[in-house]
Design a protein around this ligand. Sequence first.
Ligand code: PMP
Length: 437
Amino acid sequence: MSPTTSAEVFAHAQSVIPGGVNSPVRAFGAVGGTPLFVASASGAHVTDVDGRTYVDLVGSWGPALLGHARPEVVAAVQEAASRGLGFGAPTTTEVELVDEIRYRVPAAESVRLVSTGTEATMTALRLARAFTGRDLVVKFAGCYHGHVDALLAQAGSGVATLALPDSAGVSTATAAETIVVPYNDVDALETVFVAHGDRIAAVVTEAAPANMGVVPPLPGFNAALRRITLEHGALLVQDEVLTGFRVGYSGWWGLEGLREGWAPDLFTFGKVIGGGLPVAAVGGRRDVMAQLAPSGPVYQAGTLSGNPVATAAGLATLRLADAGVYATVDAASARLRGAVTTALAAEGVPHAVQWAGNLFSIMFGAEAATNGAQDYATVLSTESFRYAPFFHALLEAGVYAPPSPYEAWFVSAAHDDEALGAIEAALPQAARAASQA
Ligand code: PMP
């Protein structure tokens, strides 16, 4: 008989797939227990193979801005699929998707579509190195940019969840070309540039970090990155794979750079721009992007890049993601943040709900409650052990929160009063579990 429960599928999966999953955070490593094997998802809900339905706060780790399986998006995918699944030749849809991205983020003057965020940041680095003729790259501790060799040092996301130091298999030479600086620390960055400024190709940063839990940039931090990189002739790469078109119509840049009148040299995007299918992008200054083959000498390619079905999903998603959608998601996020704080306060659990736009996460402990966490070292010193019982109490009550304290909670436009009410109803019990940890 073929396996029918999540536990049965997971047991088999572990014998044929490393760790039983195709991306580490899915394995419930930080919270223990059996991952849900999802059978279907619709709106604000996911249903597992055991037949249980949960209010979903993972949102496919970001893409599900509109909620799952929004009918117009599914229809666009079906229509595209009916015309063929992929051609390895250019299509109109991918140009339309790039136009939509550029309309929202005009500083992305020229855009190349790829399939994953990892490819996007990897390409951004190669471009920066070629354009500047320099080798060193600066990243911030706790920021995650995909599993690019050069960017795995002190990375967040699954690397933090599994308490891995960095990654094995990255050559010493590659690791030596990456300089890691504490997040939100302008002085530390200045010091690095004083020492190595003429060898630094790029500073890569999450526009607003959400892979070490949510750690918003302090006011002026991103602008300082812009100033320092300009002073030293390095490029600024703003990774908006997660924030792009999720925290607002023009991503994090729309909340900050657009208002302040500056832009990074390169952006990376992903997640929402594929609407749940594999699409990501690197875009930015026309002169830098022109270095990419075939117009320039920097090689980059992809059999599935700009895939017609995937780009149809992304285009339909972005076209539906109007100001009303962002207002709805922002309001849902604010309501949930308030509910989390109310529930935890009622149980006397010291904590901070840290947020950036509509992304948020919970940091436990008195230190976080008092001062918040502005860098990775502080995040790692929080009482993250309270998260597993909190998570499992929510799961038991039918709420699927991210299975790691270091990931953001993703709400969607489909999180209506009923879905939010179900989460609110589950929170007191979860807060009690957190207090007893
Ligand atoms: N950058 C950021 C900010 C991300 O959050 C992620 C994925 N969570 C990536 C890059 C990598 O994207 P992908 O998983 O599509 O390779």
